[in-house]
Design a protein around this ligand. Structure first.
Ligand SMILES: *[C@@H]1O[C@H](CO)[C@@H](O)[C@H](O)[C@H]1NC(C)=O
Ligand SMILES: *[C@@H]1O[C@H](CO)[C@@H](O)[C@H](O)[C@H]1NC(C)=O
Ligand SMILES: *[C@@H]1O[C@H](CO)[C@@H](O)[C@H](O)[C@H]1NC(C)=O
Ligand SMILES: *[C@@H]1O[C@H](CO)[C@@H](O)[C@H](O)[C@H]1NC(C)=O
Ligand SMILES: *[C@@H]1O[C@H](CO)[C@@H](O)[C@H](O)[C@H]1NC(C)=O
Ligand SMILES: *[C@@H]1O[C@H](CO)[C@@H](O)[C@H](O)[C@H]1NC(C)=O
Ligand SMILES: *[C@@H]1O[C@H](CO)[C@@H](O)[C@H](O)[C@H]1NC(C)=O
Ligand SMILES: *[C@@H]1O[C@H](CO)[C@@H](O)[C@H](O)[C@H]1NC(C)=O
Length: 422
């Protein structure tokens, strides 16, 4: 009878508390009257900083403890679903709040190795006010470790499609407890701010997975501008610096390259590189992925190469960021074979042309000679040509000169052809 009452109570409690059937069944076999689990009270959500919510609640004053442990189960429903439990009665979350925030909390009671939960209590923050489509879109940000070791921040965005022409946007960043408005904006043709640059920020370059909060609100006479918030992992948007002191040499058939890691608080082992090699003779392009800052490669020593290197952080130390820009182009080697062939061809062309020119000149002199001392003219066509052979000779010479001019032109076309080989 007592057992049945217990089972009934367990079942009732279990279902009333919306627990899983497993717990209910386990309670049945323990045969002890469980303490009732009551939800926490006074659950509040407060915006404590840009894109930051403080969740707070109080233990239910009616909750009996009876040697049990109390914890709280927190479930964030929006904007990003997340669930965790804590023994404390408050918790801080970073989230983009422009579309509101919604969360639940319940009591968890651990007693004699069993865990049971109370009903949920729910709280929410309303979306930030403003007219539809007035928020900025396509926000993108990138950071850069500058030479003195400070981090710069650059963001760009598009005005919302519903934002009036007189909209003025303002950008703020928050890093840990520091919040700051953008000092320098760039504008679009309506002079709306669409870009922002912080040359120095409080972002710590060596931190891992810290968040950078971006908040962009605005004002307009014609509409309420809805703010927009976005969180960026500082490592994911860091554009790495270019590798330094690149040195490239050629030893017989080997290209030797060394360089130094980019300016960064991270160690040498944290970087990976891409080596972009173009054989300028064959036009072959190659991108090699490297994990060390020196390497050698067998190359065709008769070719000229162009080389560029860029860097990124690898997975070993933290999440990779944005690839650095390519380094300035380095050149190495000479197209040796090509140049000697070209030299020989040019020499051949020039000497052939000279010889032909010489022949032509000789011919011309010969022609002039015949002009100065012409053969005895034939008075009339009626008479037979008395010197048919000499006459023929005088005629052939100019025509042969024409041929020579032609081969001279061939000589030029030869060198033109030669050019196209390079
Ligand atoms: C709680 O009950 C509702 C229906 O009342 C059900 O949809 C939901 O899945 C239950 N939750 C759990 C954790 O059992
Ligand atoms: C819990 O302990 C209190 C006294 O501290 C007692 O009155 C109560 O009956 C106990 N409840 C259960 C379910 O054991
Ligand atoms: C809950 O809030 C009310 C009103 O603010 C207050 O009177 C009450 O003491 C609070 N309860 C707890 C357990 O703090
Ligand atoms: C709590 O546990 C202690 C021993 O650990 C025991 O002496 C005490 O009676 C228990 N109290 C309740 C209310 O169960
Ligand atoms: C803005 O973002 C949307 C989707 O995220 C994309 O389709 C569109 O091309 C982007 N516009 C510009 C100008 O980059
Ligand atoms: C670098 O940061 C420090 C403070 O962290 C600041 O005093 C200094 O002016 C910054 N340097 C540059 C070049 O921005
Ligand atoms: C924009 O947001 C900042 C930071 O929350 C606030 O100080 C400022 O008043 C806001 N401006 C407008 C126009 O809403
Ligand atoms: C790069 O080379 C220059 C001159 O060769 C040298 O002064 C400098 O220290 C080198 N940089 C590093 C980081 O070693």
């Amino acid at each position: 009878m007592k057992l049945f009452a217990c089972i009934a109570l367990c079942l009732q409690t279990g279902f009333a508390l919306n627990n899983s059937l497993d717990w209910t069944l386990m309670d049945i076999f323990v045969f002890s009257i469980p303490v009732q689990v009551l939800p926490p009270v006074n659950f509040t959500l407060t915006v404590s900083a840009l894109a930051q919510v403080l969740l707070q609640w109080e233990p239910n004053p009616a909750q009996e403890q009876n040697n049990s442990t109390i914890r709280y189960d927190v479930k964030i429903l929006s904007p990003e679903p997340e669930e965790y439990d804590t023994s404390r009665t408050q918790s801080v979350r970073t989230a983009a709040l422009h579309n509101g925030f919604c969360a639940r909390v319940r009591t968890l009671l651990l007693q004699e190795g069993l865990q049971r939960g109370s009903d949920w209590v729910q709280g929410h923050l309303p979306p930030l006010p403003g007219a539809a489509e007035t928020s900025v879109t396509n926000l993108s940000c990138v950071t850069h470790v500058t030479i003195p070791g400070n981090v710069s921040l650059h963001c760009s965005w598009l005005p919302g499609p519903g934002a009036p022409e007189d909209t003025k946007y303002f950008l703020f960043y928050r890093y840990e407890t520091h919040t700051e408005e953008c000092p320098t904006y760039s504008k679009d043709k309506w002079s709306r701010n669409i870009e922002c640059r912080f040359s120095s920020t409080q972002i710590q370059p060596g931190e891992i997975d810290n968040l950078i909060v971006i908040h962009i609100n605005g004002s307009s006479k014609r509409a309420a501008i809805k703010p927009f918030q976005q969180l960026f992992n500082q490592n994911a948007i860091e554009k790495v610096n270019i590798p330094r002191n690149i040195s490239i040499s050629l030893q017989q058939n080997h290209l030797l390259a060394t360089w130094e890691k980019p300016i960064s608080p991270f160690h040498e082992e944290c970087f990976e590189y891409e080596f972009y090699l173009i054989n300028l003779k064959s036009g072959n392009k190659q991108i090699l992925s490297l994990s060390s800052s020196s390497f050698q490669l067998r190359v065709d020593a008769s070719s000229r190469y162009s080389i560029r290197i860029r860097a990124n952080l690898n997975h070993i130390c933290r999440a990779p960021g944005v690839w650095s820009d390519w380094s300035a182009t380095n050149y190495i080697g000479q197209n040796k074979l090509e140049s000697s062939i070209a030299w020989i061809l040019t020499l051949l062309c020039v000497s052939t042309s000279c010889m032909l020119l010489l022949v032509a000149i000789l011919c011309q002199i010969n022609h002039v000679w015949t002009k100065l001392f012409p053969p005895i003219p034939t008075p009339s066509n009626k008479f037979r040509d008395p010197f048919p052979i000499d006459y023929e000779r005088a005629r052939t010479c100019p025509s042969s000169t024409e041929t020579e001019v032609g081969s001279l032109a061939e000589g030029f076309s030869c060198s033109v052809l030669d050019d196209s080989v390079f």
